[in-house]
Structure formats: C-alpha cells, structure tokens
Design a protein around this ligand. Structure first.
Ligand code: ZN
Length: 278
C-alpha cells in the first residue's frame, strides 16, 4: 500500500513536472480575478464578471498549445501576431456595441481579454519577480527560478489564497480561434486547439489542486522568500494584477475612442520584454 502510494505520488509528480512549462496558470487566473476587481471601467468589469468562465479560460489559453505537437504554436499565441489577428477577427464579426450585451460576442471578447492578461502577467512576473527569486535563491539563474515559480508556487496559492476552491467551466471558442490563426497564416486543426486547451484545463483546474497537499511544504522549503512574497512583491500577483487592470482599462478606452484599432507590439528580450498596444 505504502509502495503503491509512493509510486503514484512519484508518477503524479512526474506528470506535473513534465507539464511544468505550461504551469503558472493558477497564478495567472488569480491575477485576472484580482485585476477585474481593480478595473476603473464599470462597463468592462460588468462584462468580465458576466463571463468569468470565458476570461478565465482565455487566461490559460496561451499555454494550451505548448501541449500540442508544435511548441512554437504556444509561443506564437503569447504575442502580438496572435492578439492582433484574434482582435481583428472579433471586430470583423462583432460590433463594439455587442461586446457589452450577452451573447457570443461578449463571451469571445472576454476570452480575448483573458489571453491579453496572460501575456501581461508573464511579462511583468518574469521581469521583476522571477529575476528577484533568481538572485535570492538560484544563484542568479533566471531559468531555474522560473522552473520553480511556474511550477511550485501553484501549490502554495492553491492553499494560501483558497484558489483550490475556485472553479470554472472550460470555454474554448474553437472555430473562432482557428479562424484567428488562419488570419495570421497558421492552419491549426480545431481538434488540436480543443484537445490542448482541455488538457491544460484538467491540469490547472484539477491536477494542481490534487497535487497541492503533497507539494505544499516541498515548495515552501525550497525557496522561502519566494514562498512568502509571491503575492505582494514587485512582479507578484498583486503588482501584475495592477498592470493587467491598467492595460485592460486603457485598451477598453482606446477601442472605443480611437479612429484606428489598437495594435499590440512587443519590445526587448526575455526577461525584459515590454508589451503593450498603440
Ligand atoms: Zn505563458
């Protein structure tokens, strides 16, 4: 019995570590939820609160295609090529007025905003928090620090902040996403989009929660400063949520007041990326 428990714990740990590059999403959803509370725009907050499943699913989505046969598709989904195509697909299909009314357009837009949150979260978290964790715990290795933060902090947030009790339904606008990729010149079979998104959903919405009682103290011992400060340090959950809320608010204003559609851009290299729109 003990041996069987040990074996399954080992297999479970191996499963999670093999997926670790796609983790960090418990924190991403935590950031999105916190950002919704910080929004200045009442319309946008109402919109997102009405479509929680959609924006939370969108928040995971950029890491979904890391699970597919082609890692580069996951990478593409993090940046301006994807965001600009997705937005232009949405605006070709939906009037701006329809975004605040219940229906497919509101859902789709909330999913899109989730994907934007993911990227802003990645950029801010890696730039300020991961580099600080590297200095304090991993002799300056940003890569090792990122492996720790993207994997182990998941288990801490699950308990420390009650994220284990946060549930949502998986929402994947498969055909719309396939159309957005096509617009960017990439053909991805809808079943690949769906399958990858579902795999990641299971990992974050189920497996991380089940794994956290086993992993909690391991994670805490390995990097005590990171374990204490992942919420409040610069680049942590709160700071990243503030950045996300700012970008969401500004984007919402730009979308409605601008003559031209906002376009996303990226500058610099990891971990000092800058990401925004103009
Ligand atoms: Zn990511």
């Amino acid at each position: 019995m003990i041996r069987r428990t040990l074996v399954s714990t080992f297999l479970f740990g191996t499963f999670l570590s093999s997926q670790s590059f796609a983790s960090g999403n418990t924190l991403h959803v935590f950031m999105s939820d916190t950002a919704v509370d910080l929004l200045k725009s009442e319309d946008l907050r109402k919109l997102l609160l009405s479509e929680r499943d959609a924006y939370r699913s969108g928040t995971l989505f950029p890491d979904a295609l890391y699970q597919s046969s082609q890692h580069s598709r996951g990478e593409f989904t993090h940046w301006q090529g994807f965001h600009n195509s997705y937005l232009s697909h949405i605006l070709a299909k939906c009037s701006k007025g329809s975004l605040t009314q219940s229906g497919d357009c509101r859902k789709l837009f909330a999913h899109f905003m989730g994907t934007v949150s993911h990227t802003i979260g990645d950029v801010n978290f890696d730039r300020y928090f991961v580099t600080e964790v590297a200095k304090r715990h991993f002799r300056g290795s940003n890569g090792k620090a990122q492996t720790y933060t993207d994997f182990k902090l998941e288990f801490l947030a699950t308990w420390d902040w009650g994220r284990g009790a946060v549930f949502w339904a998986n929402f994947v606008p498969t055909n719309e996403l396939a159309a957005a990729y096509r617009k960017a010149g990439i053909a991805i079979p809808p079943e690949e989009i769906n399958g990858s998104a579902f795999k990641l959903y299971l990992l974050i919405a189920v497996a991380v929660k089940l794994g956290s009682p086993v992993m909690y103290f391991v994670a805490k011992r390995e990097a005590p400063w990171a374990a204490e400060n992942y919420y409040s340090a610069r680049g942590g959950v709160r700071d990243s949520a503030e950045k996300i809320a700012q970008v969401w608010d500004n984007f919402w204003v730009a979308l409605h007041s601008g003559v031209t559609t906002p376009r996303f851009y990226r500058k610099g290299g990891w971990p000092n990326f800058e990401y925004g729109f103009r």
